[in-house]
Design a protein around this ligand. Sequence first.
Ligand code: GRF
Length: 217
Amino acid sequence: MANKATSNYRIIVLISGNGTNLQALINDAPKSGFTIDLVISNKADAYGLKRAKKHQIPCKILESQLFNSQEDFDHALTVILDEKNPQLIVLAGFMRILGKKFVRHFHGRIVNIHPSLLPKYPGINTYQRALDAEDRTHGATVHFVTEELDGGPIIAQQSVEISPYETTETLAEKTLKIEHALYPEVVNLFASGRLKMTDGKVMLDKEIVSPKKGRFD
Ligand code: GRF
């Protein structure tokens, strides 16, 4: 199905790989209140680019390895984003750390989805770390992006149970499944004007969000 062109809440999605979260957003957009204006990948071979093209969503490739420095890459990305001026920049499996200047420039407009119940397990290998620690639950977090890696204000979380026979593969599968419901739901809340960051706090309908117990309850 083509991207809905009538919605005026415009997002740009940044990817590096498979793009299953991007696909979830693409699937949700026609019945929701947002439009994916552009997909940017820092990898030319990211499968997510194929997903976007299939739905006639414009794509740009900004190969991070072709830039001499983090500053140069961030600057090139800033120019593209400023030109398009999206309401929200949605990181969906974007495997590149963004510099402080970049993050400050887009303060309150960048969100990320992370495969753990933050603040537990920022960074990579979250499934293995949860299994090594013999955790009983794992999950996913949507958060604002700030200068601290995976450390910005938490918008929403959802957990999954870890079974005694869990492997990193089965845990990844379970976690991705909840991500695919959670991320479009959060973007929709932004699109409807219900969600924002005020003074470093996440506000939903003018109440401070406490994601600890589940999605938004
Ligand atoms: C997801 O697990 C997400 O939480 C993390 O990177 C993975 C991206 O998967 N940030 P995909 O590219 O959306 O399939």
